[in-house]
Design a protein around this ligand. Structure first.
Ligand code: ADP
Ligand code: MG
Length: 156
């Protein structure tokens, strides 16, 4: 494991709780971030993004929907860093329905993975060419009923 890798763990017991965890996680996300979101269908990946988007003033939780069919949702947000407000782009992708590597071309990953952006990719681990861009991941595990364990790993 690389020195400088940081791991943060969260446990939640409801969707609302996971949105709150997303708000906490947002505080830890200094651009550039390209994070792979791992976890089974229904684990709560999209729910977590609702909280991240909310904390970045990018969207209300209700406005954040799954990009399963659209592949990518783009939001303009604001980073609140020690009283300074900086613009930040938030990209939420879901590659679940992508079957072939060449279908990734239309997404323009080079254009969105900029020094000022936060990119969150559900099912990004399906493609090595996507996974290799990442500087961290969020793993969500169902631990019985509505409980979830969330592990954020940030590399530097
Ligand atoms: P994914 O994007 O991983 O497929 P979603 O966030 O779309 O998952 O869906 C998660 C589902 O599980 C939602 O219906 C949500 O209400 C429900 N849920 C129940 N408990 C939790 C929890 N602790 N965290 C997140 N979602 C939860
Ligand atoms: Mg999802």
């Amino acid at each position: 494991e690389a020195t400088g890798t940081k791991v943060h763990e969260f446990e939640t017991n409801s969707a609302a709780d996971t949105i709150r965890a997303g708000r906490e996680i947002a505080k830890l996300l200094t651009p550039p971030k390209f994070l792979i979101l791992k976890g089974d269908l229904g684990a709560g990946k999209t729910t977590l993004v609702k909280g991240i988007a909310e904390a970045l003033d990018a969207a209300e939780p209700d406005e954040v929907t799954s990009p399963t069919f659209t592949l990518m949702h783009e939001y303009e947000g604001t980073l609140h860093d020690h009283g300074k407000n900086e613009p930040v782009m938030l990209y939420h992708l879901d590659l679940y329905r992508i079957e072939q590597e060449r279908q990734l071309d239309s997404l323009g990953l080079d254009e969105i993975a900029t020094p000022d952006s936060i990119v969150l990719v559900e099912w990004g681990d399906k493609f090595p060419s996507v996974a290799k861009r990442s500087n961290g991941e969020i793993v969500m595990k169902t631990t019985g009923g509505d409980s979830r364990k969330i592990t954020l790993t940030l590399k530097d």
